[in-house]
Design a protein around this ligand. Structure first.
Ligand SMILES: *[C@@H]1O[C@H](CO)[C@@H](O)[C@H](O)[C@H]1NC(C)=O
Ligand SMILES: *[C@@H]1O[C@H](CO)[C@@H](O)[C@H](O)[C@H]1NC(C)=O
Ligand SMILES: *[C@@H]1O[C@H](CO)[C@@H](O)[C@H](O)[C@H]1NC(C)=O
Length: 532
């Protein structure tokens, strides 16, 4: 019996296809009195890689090869450990979240990073507590995944891309580890309405009405933010999740770029830099010995500290609680003494990707390039032609402007949430990691779906349908493929058979989706899709 799949036109690009493992990392709230004492550390390192003659990862267009740089790409790492987890010991739990300015993480990259971390830190960071997440830019160098489907357009594996990404991740984690210090975590959340839309609204309507009724919008508009506050230095990091594709830079782009999320990170880090670049306090480096008091007055050795930082540190200190403040207990004295004894950590702002299937930054909608009219609602075509239907960003036709606008909207919302974050996170640190073989998941169909009585069915190996090759309105596919296609066509069936004809069982299981490439059952010269 075939598993009935609700038509879901998520199409193209490599949205969810990468990886059988998934991560859920959580800071479990114990619900006790608010105290937030963790070791927190942030790190950031370049991972740009080659910027010429390498296929860009995302649009799967063999002609879209890098020919320059829009802006550099980074890996941004955040570590949270229980206070008991003193550096390099196994006491207390910890986790690492890495945000990559890349289309996605890759199993090969993750395995390599984990083996390097193992050499350096023993078992401290491992597959269970390290999560690596990509921002889904469609303008980063490709070729760093090990499965064939993802490296067809890059004409194979590109070691330069792979190495740059692995090195960047490793260095950012090392930096975050070395920055681990006592601190607190705050969280905040809010709606951002003008930065994403559903690019396949007709497919969304295939969801049952009672399910749709549970949601206010046809995409997720929530941004969720974590604020990292070092007990001594004040804010050192911001990490947020908001769903929107990295397709503000369109398919014609040849410059390596972090697209809207990469740009938003830069805007926020620059913003914080400007905040702290203003007026500085000059603080004596160390307390002068008595005899040197006069010399000190003449030629003090001073540490320059931005006022903004000093205020943040002051805000983080506990008050004297009504007792008269002695000279040493005064906030003034404590702020100064904190600033004296170490160097200022970097400020790292990461804009992470989340449930972005069919969520587009091209918020003006999709239009026909020839007539300027909206595309056919059900098939995203113009007069039957798929190539002419293209989504428009708010800066249309200038994709640099669109990238900047969508980045600024995320950046401004993140700053707002960051500055008003009051909810402190407390409790133990914990995480979950699990491998799921999606080619063998049993699903129980309720009676109203299965017919006579409820029924157990199983999923089958991965396969790419004809609609996949149509692409999406963010970047169309080649030839005459069409979105929402549930019958395919003869010519492409013939091409497909030259690769591999799906078994009858596989075809029945994938029905009503016609199979274009039977990726889950192909392993020549090596597996085409993720396998166990
Ligand atoms: C889209 O398809 C649905 C279901 O087949 C149909 O009811 C609707 O009229 C179509 N809409 C347009 C604009 O073609
Ligand atoms: C893609 O962006 C380029 C550069 O801004 C622009 O010239 C072109 O018209 C855009 N294409 C579409 C379909 O928006
Ligand atoms: C489906 O599987 C579940 C769990 O294994 C089992 O309890 C149930 O009886 C099965 N139902 C049918 C209709 O086979």
């Amino acid at each position: 019996m075939a598993l009935r799949i609700v038509p879901f036109r998520n199409a193209f690009l490599w949205n969810f296809a990468v990886g059988m493992g998934f991560w859920l990392i959580s800071v479990v709230s114990a619900g006790k009195a608010p105290s937030s004492k963790y070791l927190i550390g942030v790190g950031s390192y370049d991972l740009t890689g080659p910027v010429a003659d390498v296929n860009l990862m995302g649009y799967a267009d063999p002609g879209q090869n890098a020919a320059g740089l829009h802006f550099r790409l980074r890996s941004r790492a955040f570590i949270v450990a229980e206070e008991a987890a003193a550096k390099s010991s196994d006491k207390g739990k910890r986790f690492v979240f890495v945000n990559l300015d890349a289309c996605m993480a890759s199993q090969g990259v993750t395995l390599k990073v984990l083996s390097r971390l193992k050499e350096r830190f023993g078992g401290l960071y491992n597959e269970k507590n390290v999560a690596i997440s990509g921002i889904h830019t469609h303008s980063g160098p490709g070729g760093y995944l090990q499965y064939i489907l993802y490296i067809i357009t890059s004409l194979g594996f590109v070691r330069q891309s792979f190495n740059a990404i692995v090195d960047g991740i490793e260095k950012s984690i090392i930096q975050a580890h070395e920055n681990l210090r006592l601190g607190s975590l705050y969280t905040n959340q809010g709606e951002l309405l003008d930065a994403n839309i559903n690019r396949s609204p007709s497919a969304y309507l295939n969801n049952p009405p009672e399910e749709r009724q549970q949601f206010k919008y046809n995409v997720d508009k929530d941004m969720v933010l974590l604020k990292f506050v070092d007990a001594k230095w004040g804010a050192v990091g911001a990490l947020n999740w908001f769903a929107v594709h990295g397709t503000s830079m369109n398919r014609s782009n040849l410059l390596v770029s972090g697209d809207n999320k990469g740009a938003a990170s830069r805007f926020m880090e620059d913003w914080y830099g400007r905040q702290t670049a203003g007026t500085h306090l000059l603080i004596p480096e160390s307390k002068p010995a008595r005899l040197d008091a006069r010399k000190f007055q003449i030629m003090p050795s001073l540490v320059s500290v931005p006022v903004h930082r000093a205020v943040e540190i002051g805000v983080g200190l506990r008050s004297a609680g009504g007792k008269p403040a002695s000279r040493f207990a005064s906030i003034n004295h404590r702020v100064r003494s904190r600033i004296r004894s170490s160097s200022e950590p970097p400020f790292v702002a990461a804009f992470a990707q989340t449930n972005e299937g069919d969520v587009s930054p091209n918020i003006l909608g999709a239009f026909c390039e020839d007539t300027g009219q909206p595309c056919d609602f059900n098939h995203s075509t113009c007069n039957g032609k798929n190539e002419l239907c293209v989504g428009r960003g708010p800066g249309y036709p200038d994709h640099f402007a669109s990238t900047k606008i969508i980045a600024q909207r995320q950046f401004k919302k993140a700053v707002e949430l960051f500055e008003s974050a009051r909810k402190i996170i407390s409790g133990k640190v914990d995480y979950r990691q699990k491998y799921v073989d999606f080619s063998r998941v049993t699903v129980t169909l309720p009676q109203d779906v299965a017919g006579k009585s409820s029924q157990n069915v199983t999923t089958c190996p991965a396969a790419v349908g004809f609609s996949f090759a149509a692409g999406t309105t963010d970047g169309h596919g080649a030839f005459n493929f069409e979105q929402g296609d549930d019958h395919g066509n003869l010519f492409w069936r013939l091409v497909r058979s030259a690769l591999k004809t799906p078994t009858a069982e596989q075809a029945a299981c994938q029905k009503p989706k016609p199979i274009l490439i039977d990726t889950g059952e192909m392993s020549i010269p090596s597996p085409w899709a993720v396998k166990t």
